[in-house]
Design a protein around this ligand. Sequence first.
Ligand SMILES: [Zn+2]
Length: 299
Amino acid sequence: MKLILATAGTLVFAATACAQDRELTFEPTELRGGIVMLTTGAGGNIGVLTGEDGILLIDDLLPGTGPQVEAAIADFTGGGVPRFILNTHYHGDHTGSNDHFHAQGATIVAHHNIRTRLAASDEQDAYGFLPILTFGEDIQFHMNGETVRAVHVPSAHTDGDALVYFETADVLHMGDTLFSGLFPFIDLMGGGSVDGYLDAMETGLRIAGPETQIIPGHGPVSTREDIQASIAMLRAAQAIITPMVEDGMSLEDVQAANPLADFHDSWNWGFICTPRMVATLYLDAAGDTATNPLATRCN
Ligand SMILES: [Zn+2]
């Protein structure tokens, strides 16, 4: 279920059927200010701000899961349709319930490039309803006594990512610019880049203080130390593979050398396995955005 990618449309449809067919288990974690991180075993983590001004949802899971998301948030919001949904990027496991909630009156908000990518997608229906309000560098929501600031970070996980900071509660939703404790997916074909991804994590570090509670796109509630660990890993891995590309080695030869062996035990996971992280770093350093690193087999 983690294979939900805009770059792999057939997988989205497979996941759609799967998500509709099975009952997801939602785990709500209450953070400061009553903000809830809603996690399932499938798709990106959701952030929920609720109060008398209405519900703000940060991301809305997989296609076909709208009714389940609606029921899950009703447990702690008292019910009702979100007033706003902010998409942190265009991938189907973060925008999948846009259509469900839009049909009931929710306003979908996202970076300009998210609307562009969703509109251009062959599987638009699977990826979610198009955002109605779009922004460039940033946007702020003033509701429920909270100031929620979404800041765009260019060419990171995709070309439309935003970090979302709840200023009063000191809670930061990083979307997929943080895969906490996991090799990150960097969607080179969707406008992402390794340097931009590192810059986005640095932006997260600048926003986050010692007490900030961080919602990653995937993984558990995190701290700024988790961002630091991800930055250190990615910089070190990039520093190993870039010289191999500059030496003219083929991707096959680099894979055979297993250059990220030391990182494997701590960072490898089912979706971004070590060979896919190697392929991502190789293709990025080679300036190749036409080859899909996810085509790399995991074993
Ligand atoms: Zn993503």
